[in-house]
Design a protein around this ligand. Structure first.
Ligand code: BGC
Length: 727
């Protein structure tokens, strides 16, 4: 249990206030927060409940004194030794703020890439790096911990999230949060809840039955929060079964603060507050109120609580919750100190993560490239200057700025991280290798370049961004035609994808290899080149299903407002609301939908090739209150490599359906083997039971399959599980 010391409070007060130090009892953060809150005036309480949008380039107003400047700022209360709240986006790195200061930082690979590592260590190490950079810039609240499940593969924000499975996403988000909290900062798990598309994001109503939500999206949040203990939760823009999520008594008071006994605070997303009454339904803090129709939690709230005792009780509770998270997260005892960041060390972390997230989808023997390869043609994808990144509030750029910045649409910028795969590849090849580059603007010219090469590497990019969904899953800007033309000219064509999520591959049969590198971060070019020449192994596995076609999806079209005044994107407050029916797939998100419908995807969840081969044996299963499974993995190839053997439950006491229940992360030298043991979280064996108000595990036989993807079964075993209800 963390707490802040009396001496630190005294010191802060000596330096910042003329008043005597408040006397605080020793004890838990709850007790300390309650004692501190009791000493606040109403004006101080209200001041803690809203934040200034700290972007003078957007507001046209000067920064408040003391603000670092980014997503938001709340000033300190020196009289009580309460530090300022300095908030920044930080899902993939400290977010780029330009216009008033160019805030460079190290970009981790995208969340989707991180999820493709299936490795909690990468999540922890990467987020610890981000947290250190954020502290070095003076921040103490990170808007990081996105765990929305991919129900919509065209969602413009999929790159920020962690794929389609509640266990995988929840586990990695939990490690992200834990790393931030361990760095004495508040992490903000977001966006609560069921916020899978950007189209009409302020008006769209996510329609979903309670058990389906509890067994999928809400389960992912619960797993992440149990593991990471975030100080804050950000409610999302969308409506949830009627009311907006930030006005949802069910989500905020019911699920979060009621059922889950969450002790921290709920902050709104930026521009998601609609009334001071939002406090009554569980919201605690209005974020960056510049984006709200009016600043509700300022004078309005101050006036309202003078005449409304019930609202005042709620304001006191919200203040106490914020203080509690500040204390428990270490904000009082460990203030950030501004200093330069260690770019080289942090880039190395980004490079390792980027390499580990690359998923090799096809390899007809062309990879790894021989270092002595003679004539190599590199085509397209800005490979001569860098790698793609995703747009919106999570955008990160290095200190020197991006390699390329294009204003694409309505203030959304596409940025290329300055890490050139072409340069990195050349540096890894023998000096007599001849590498040519063609920008890929003309399929005919690219095909001519390809014809004269021994091997061709086409880089294909799909830029995606917050506030805008992709219209389809085709590669944009004629890149499918480019790849087809190149592959027709030279069958030894390798495609490296830099995409936000899944794409269709009409040219798949014509190419020799495909690697999915996602948005690979600050040293993405190095990470890709290392994988191409075999310096590193492709160890990634898909955290999301790649469909064959849009008609395999639960919703072949993205639902949209019927309003004729619509403009593409999210700035939609005044448009006609519309529903998206998530009951179509219910809790069967992603691979579970394909399993239920017996659809064969292009590439299944969990899939990824290696440069070596693995064999599984000796699977044992033990039942009881949960399942405990062990098995052995052996590297039966000629090279070292890492594997992600996966366990899926496929029959739960007579109920069919596939669910990931665990996996192993094993790195093995040739001939080496290792035993993996998985103790299953029983919530994954359960179904939400409304009468029991809990996840109910039914007694009976449970069948588990072991394989290398959701559609690869190598062995199976069954055991009996006893009944229980989990809350
Ligand atoms: C995004 C949040 C982000 C916030 C602050 C919003 O538009 O939805 O994820 O944290 O802006 O930048």
């Amino acid at each position: 249990m963390r707490s802040f010391s009396g001496s630190m409070v005294a010191m802060l007060l000596c330096t910042t206030a003329a008043h005597a130090a408040p006397s605080l009892p020793a004890g838990s953060p709850d007790k300390q927060a309650a004692a501190l809150e009791a000493q606040m005036t109403d004006a101080e309480r209200v001041r803690l409940l809203y934040s200034d949008f700290a972007r003078p380039d957007r507001t046209g107003e000067p920064l408040s004194p003391g603000a670092v400047g980014s997503a938001s700022f709340t000033p300190p209360i020196p009289r009580l030794g309460i530090p300022a709240l300095q908030e920044t986006d930080a899902s993939l790195g400290v977010a780029w703020v330009d216009g008033f200061r160019k805030d460079g930082a190290t970009a981790l690979p995208s969340g989707m890439s991180l999820a493709a590592t299936w490795n909690p260590d990468f999540a922890y190490r990467g987020s610890a790096m981000i947290a250190q950079e954020a502290r070095a810039k003076g921040f103490n609240v990170l808007l990081a911990g996105g765990v929305n499940l991919t129900r919509e593969p065209r969602n413009g924000r999929n790159f920020e999230y962690l794929g389609e499975d509640p266990l995988l996403a929840g586990t990695l988000a939990g490690e992200t949060i834990r790393a931030i909290q361990d760095s004495h900062m508040i992490s903000t798990v977001k966006h609560f809840a069921v916020n899978p598309q950007e189209t009409g994001r302020h008006i769209v109503n996510s329609v979903i039955a309670e058990p389906a939500a509890r067994d999928s999206d809400l389960l992912a949040f619960r797993i992440a929060m149990d593991r990471g203990q975030p100080g804050a939760v950000m409610c999302s823009y969308n409506r949830y079964n009627g009311p907006h999520a930030c006005q949802s008594d069910f989500l905020l008071n019911g699920v979060l603060k009621g059922d889950w006994r969450y002790p921290g605070f709920v902050m709104s997303d930026w521009g998601a507050v609609r009334s001071i009454d939002d406090l009554r339904t569980g919201l605690d803090r209005e974020s960056g109120d510049h984006y709200d129709a009016r600043p509700y939690f300022r004078q309005d709230l101050a006036k309202a609580i003078a005449a409304d005792p019930a609202l005042k009780i709620r304001v006191r509770d919200a203040s106490r919750r914020i203080l509690r998270s500040m204390i428990a997260s270490g904000l009082f005892d460990h203030p950030p100190h501004i200093h330069p960041i260690d770019t080289a060390a942090d880039n190395a972390i980004a490079q390792n993560a980027g390499a580990a997230g690359i998923v090799l989808l096809k390899n007809d023997g062309v990879l790894p490239l021989a270092k002595s390869a003679k004539r190599i043609a590199v085509i397209g994808g800005y490979a001569n200057i860098g790698v793609m990144s995703g747009g919106g509030s999570s955008q990160v750029a290095p200190e020197g700025g991006p390699a390329l910045r294009l204003a694409v649409q309505g203030g959304r910028d596409m940025m290329v991280q300055p890490s050139s795969p072409l340069t990195a590849l050349k540096a890894r090849l023998n000096s007599d290798s001849h590498v040519t580059y063609d920008a890929g603007l003309s399929p005919t010219a690219a095909a001519a370049t390809a014809k004269n090469a021994d091997v061709v590497i086409v880089f294909a990019t799909q830029w995606t961004t917050e506030s805008l969904d992709a219209g389809d899953l085709n590669l944009p800007q004629g890149q499918d035609a480019l790849i087809a033309a190149v592959a027709a000219a030279n069958p030894k064509t390798i495609v490296v994808l830099e995409t936000g999520g899944p794409v269709l591959m009409p040219w798949l049969d014509k190419v020799a290899a495909v690697a999915e590198a996602w948005y690979p971060g600050a040293r993405g070019g190095e990470a890709i080149a290392g994988m191409l020449v075999g310096d590193t192994e492709p160890t990634g596995r898909l955290p999301i299903t790649f469909p064959q076609s849009l008609d395999q999806l639960p919703r072949p079209l993205v639902d949209d407002t019927p309003d004729p005044a619509r403009e593409p994107g999210s700035q939609s407050h005044d448009l006609k609301p519309f529903d998206v029916n998530y009951n179509i797939e219910g809790s069967d998100v992603g691979y579970r939908w394909y399993d239920r419908k017996q659809l064969k995807p292009l590439f299944p969840f969990g899939f990824g090739l290696s440069y070596t081969r693995f064999a599984y044996s000796d699977m044992h299963i033990k039942g009881g209150k949960t399942l405990t499974i062990d098995f052995s993995v052996k590297n039966i190839g000629e090279r070292s490599g890492s594997d992600v053997p996966q366990l899926y439950v496929t029959d739960r006491a007579g109920t069919a359906g596939k669910r990931l229940i665990g996996w192993g992360n094993v790195s093995l030298a040739p001939g080496q083997s290792r035993k993996v043991t998985v103790v299953v979280d029983p919530k994954l064996l359960a179904d939400w039971s409304s009468p029991d108000k809990g996840w109910k595990v039914r007694a009976g036989a449970y069948r588990v399959e072991l394989g290398a993807s959701s559609q690869n079964v190598q062995m199976s075993a069954s055991a009996a599980v006893t009944s229980s209800v989990l809350r």
